[in-house]
Design a protein around this ligand. Structure first.
Ligand code: NDP
Length: 314
């Protein structure tokens, strides 16, 4: 195994990682970005209309690709490799990715989170063509159309409220007979009876489509096993996210949902390690907030390295 020493290693391949790489590269920290093969969240969306600076909108894939190119332009080096392990050494950090061992004075974790999927037929086929994980991003496409939200937590309520502004009808499908969302969010949804229908105790067994876009869903009543179908133009998955933080378990502080605990400056509970993007944010999960936290993490990493140098530690 070869060993490489670096000032900054960034783990991730989404907008948070690219932004951190851009800032770190411009600060001449020569960042190495370990990018896994699996796509980031933005690359799974279609048009992004809420990233400032793109009045006509921009494809999620394009936005991420542009950010990566911009970071590379200033010298960020990308390695297509999945980080398999992370270890805290005495005065550096060690990451094994593929066959390589990487050592770094600072690490920026931007590993993202994956939206939980239903794992039913049709879900993958129509992903991005009616199946979505972000109403904030896609709700405007549902003007005068119908949409279904699946889930019973705060995200499901939020997705419903975002869609309500545009869609002519929003149906929430939940497997239980009550929501787990906070009361205030539930009440907001319950108060909008005109365009919102709730189907309780029901699971989605298949996403139906015409080959191009979603046209409906197959449903099963959990109590009676009765099967039915409904028509819809879209399905919004709001059944939780899974942060990609497995390799950090028992190494750094994670919250009860597995998200990395950060402070306002993107610091975590280990000096020299910073976290950005969805792996540390289950509330906003937006491209712009991810990019912002990537910027913060890189600026703090730069400060940390400067201090190490000033103290004569490196
Ligand atoms: P949650 O884990 O809170 O809720 C997930 C929901 O999806 C649950 O109702 C769950 O059902 C359902 N679910 C899970 N798996 C499946 C499945 N396979 N099939 C069908 N349904 C399924 O996730 P959220 O994303 O809603 O929230 C995550 C955290 O973020 C929470 O702490 C929440 O409070 C917070 N949040 C806060 C917001 C805010 O304050 N504005 C906005 C969004 C999130 P069941 O009820 O049966 O478990």
């Amino acid at each position: 195994m070869a060993r490489q020493k670096n000032e900054v290693i960034i783990i991730g391949g989404g907008i948070a990682a690219h932004t951190a790489a851009l800032y770190a590269a411009r600060a001449e920290l020569k960042p190495i970005v370990l990018q896994a093969a699996s796509p980031d969240q933005l690359s799974l969306t279609t048009v992004v209309e809420n990233f400032p600076g793109f009045p006509e909108g921009i494809l999620g894939t394009q936005l991420v690709e542009n950010a990566k190119k911009q970071a590379q332009k200033f010298g960020a080096q990308y390695v297509l490799a999945q980080a398999d392990s992370f270890d805290i050494k005495k005065d550096y950090f060690e990451i094994v990715a593929g066959k390589e061992v990487y050592q770094a004075l600072t690490v920026i974790i931007a590993t993202g989170a994956a939206a939980r999927r239903l794992d039913v037929p049709g879900e993958d086929k129509y992903f991005g063509r009616g199946v979505s994980t972000c109403a904030t991003c896609d709700a405007a496409f549902y003007r005068d159309r119908e949409a279904v939200v699946v889930g019973g937590g705060d995200s499901a309520m939020e997705e419903t409220l975002a869609l309500y502004k545009f869609a002519k009808k929003v149906t929430i499908i939940h497997r239980k007979n009550e929501f787990k969302a906070s009361k205030i969010m539930q009440e907001r949804v319950f108060s909008l009876k005109d365009k919102i229908e709730i189907i309780w105790g029901t699971e989605i067994t298949e996403v139906l489509g015409d080959g191009q876009f979603v046209t409906g869903l197959k449903l099963k009543n959990i109590k009676t096993d009765e099967m039915s179908e409904i028509k819809t133009n879209g399905l919004f998955l709001a059944i939780g996210h899974i942060p990609n933080t497995k390799i950090f378990i028992n190494k750094i502080q994670l919250d009860e949902l597995g998200y990395i605990v950060t402070d306002k400056k993107s610091h975590i509970n280990v000096n020299g390690v910073f976290a950005a993007g969805d792996c540390q944010d289950h509330i906003f999960r937006q491209a712009i907030t991810s990019a912002g936290s990537g910027c913060q993490a890189a600026m703090e990493a730069e400060r940390y390295i400067e201090k190490l140098k000033a103290d004569g530690k490196v």
